[in-house]
Design a protein around this ligand. Sequence first.
Ligand code: FES
Length: 274
Amino acid sequence: MYPIVRKEILSASVKLFDLKAPLVAAKAKAGQFFILRADEKGERIPLTIADFDREQGTITAIFQEIGAGTRLLGRLEAGDAVLDVVGPLGVPSEIERFDGPVAVVGGGVGIAPIYPIARALKEAGNRVIAIIGARNKELLFWEEKMAAVSDALIVCTDDGSYGRKGFVTDALKDLYEANKDLQRVWAIGPMPMMRAIANTTRPMGVPTIVSMNPLMLDGTGMCGACRVLVGGETKFACVDGPEFDGHLVDFDLALKRLAIYRDEEKRALAALEH
Ligand code: FES
């Protein structure tokens, strides 16, 4: 069993757990994820590693309660434990020292997994400009943590309730106007946001990495549940990703697959509520 050593409520639907998982913490790198199962009946939930503390042997998971599985998970408290944690999985982010500024963009719950990437880029000696955004102020978190690992931070809300009003794509366009030597962009958030970022950076010619979060089952490349089409080739997000070239990902197909999954989720949620 893997104890929850700390729980934090970041917003109405976003929760944070620090989980005691020393073996995962020892190997975790930015960009990787793990699969968690709360109990024998629980579904497998893939979560990107939001932070890790090798000394304490803990990993940080941040999740939004969007489906039956994550809602049940959100009911657990510090002192409870989850049945299993498998990881770290996936290919770590490619971190190197670039000759110009790099940007990291986190939307909504995507702020969590973008944090370790920003930190790793900063530690590698890069000039890191961060953009974080959410629908409204209540859904924002980790502003201070992001500020600590970036040279500049732009905070946006769709409704203007905090920071700059508007989408992260608008902030990125302005950032590019002021930094034409922008070397690379990492974007993590809901798929429509990542698609919008990729569409924004394509004409700029700025390489853009996105982290795909499709349905995952085994996390070992065996079941095929997490397949995504990248540059016309089928890839498995769990073993080939989760990061891919955002300009090559077939987002329309990925969104269609996600919609099918959502219908199933709605049925599972209805069952949970009755
Ligand atoms: Fe099964 Fe990736 S989750 S192949």
